[in-house]
Each structure stands twice: as structure tokens, then as C-alpha cells.
Write a protein that binds this ligand. Structure first.
Ligand code: 5GP
Length: 202
């Protein structure tokens, strides 16, 4: 298998619970979480440099213009983007680098890095997604409605991903996530070099 880590793109509608799955997955230090930059305000409990790099629009645009973003998109009125720093460094160290980004950004990464593994996490149902968003209580009801409408648009794009999984019971979801990563690590695309290696050592 390739010694380089895999670039993993994870998308899921806001409130779907992907953070809980990723928190479990990230207990394994073969995974590296790429901290995104955003212009949205921190939610209660969110820390700068841990959850996001919280930036002003001016600073964000400066980073776009200096080519420091792998990708970026506007989502519900704010910029979100992936800083290039540390991505290749960690992939070369053999770490699996996780980008937790929305659909437009994911499609851009697919074009820029065709070897990326794209995973879409679905909520069990739209009803359950609404329940989770309302329970979180971090957004006004207007923002919840905006995010639900956005979620429906995003879910329609899930068929453009390599893998789809459902965020039901946590243990099962974490296991499904890791199974996908293991399968992707053995894909023909990532391992063609093995064929030559075996034949050369005849
Ligand atoms: P939230 O405000 O709920 O933290 O994030 C809103 C959306 O922005 C989520 O779908 C999240 O995955 C996405 N997002 C977070 N970071 C990035 C990023 O670096 N690039 C892109 N394109 N989307 C991101």
C-alpha cells in the first residue's frame, strides 16, 4: 500500500453530527484534521486555531489573493476555506488528512487533487436533521431554516461523492468511516505501482 497518507474530504449537512464522528476518528493519530479558515463568528465554546481560524473578510481575501488557500467557498454568507499549509507535509508523513468542507469546496478539491477520497455523511432523515439543529440551539430559527434548505441542496449532490454513509448510532458510523478509509487505501488507482513492483521482483 502507498506510504503517503490519503486526502479525505468529508461533507455533511450542517447539524448532521459529523463533528462527533470525526472526534472519535481523530483519536487515532494516523489522522490529521485540517483546521479551516472562516469569516463567520465563533460559536460558544469554539476556539480560534482549534475549530477554525476565525478571520476578517479582508484577511481572508488577502489569503485567497496570495494563493494560500487550496479551495474556498461562500456558505450562508460567510467565507470558508482550506489553508494549504500543513496538508502536503502531513500527507508525506503518511497521515490521512481530513478536510471537513461543503459541497462546492469538495468538488473543487476533486478537480485539484483527483486522488482525494470524497465521503458524504447523510443524516438518518430530514426530520432528524431539523431536530438536531434545533437542539443545538446555537442558531436563530431563521438561520436554522436557511441551513435546512441548504442541507436539502447539498444532499442532492451526495451522488457525486465516492462513498455515502449514514450518521446513525455513533459506533457504527465510526466503523463505517474507517472501513471506507481502509478500502480506499487499497484502491486500484492508489496502488497501480504495486503491479510493477511485483513484476520487477520476478
Ligand atoms: P459551520 O458554520 O457549520 O461550521 O460550517 C458550515 C459549512 O462550511 C459546513 O458544511 C462545513 O463543512 C463547511 N466548511 C468548513 N470549513 C470549510 C472549508 O475550509 N472549505 C469549504 N469549502 N467549506 C468548509
Amino acid at each position: 500500500m502507498s506510504e503517503k497518507g490519503q486526502l479525505i474530504v468529508v461533507s455533511a449537512p450542517s447539524g448532521c453530527g459529523k463533528g462527533t464522528i470525526l472526534a472519535e476518528v481523530l483519536k487515532d493519530d494516523s489522522f490529521y484534521y485540517s483546521v479551516s479558515a472562516t469569516t463567520r463568528s465563533p460559536r460558544e465554546g469554539e476556539q480560534d486555531g482549534v475549530n477554525y481560524h476565525f478571520l476578517t473578510r479582508e484577511k481572508f481575501e488577502e489569503l485567497i489573493n496570495s494563493g494560500s488557500m487550496l479551495e474556498y467557498a461562500e456558505y450562508c454568507g460567510n467565507y470558508y476555506g482550506t489553508p494549504l499549509t500543513y496538508i502536503d507535509e502531513n500527507l508525506n508523513k503518511g497521515k490521512n488528512v481530513i478536510l471537513e468542507i461543503e459541497v462546492e469546496g469538495a468538488m473543487n478539491v476533486r478537480k485539484l487533487r483527483p486522488d482525494a477520497v470524497l465521503i458524504f455523511i447523510l443524516p438518518p432523515s430530514m426530520k432528524e436533521l431539523r431536530r438536531r439543529l434545533e437542539k443545538r440551539g446555537t442558531e436563530t430559527s431563521e438561520v436554522v431554516e436557511k441551513r435546512l434548505a441548504q442541507a436539502a441542496r447539498e444532499i442532492k449532490c451526495a451522488d457525486k461523492y465516492d462513498y455515502i454513509m449514514v450518521n446513525g448510532p455513533l459506533d457504527k458510523a465510526v466503523e463505517d468511516f474507517k472501513t471506507i478509509i481502509s478500502a480506499a487505501a487499497m484502491s486500484c488507482e492508489n496502488n497501480k505501482y504495486l503491479i510493477d513492483e511485483v513484476l520487477e521482483n520476478a
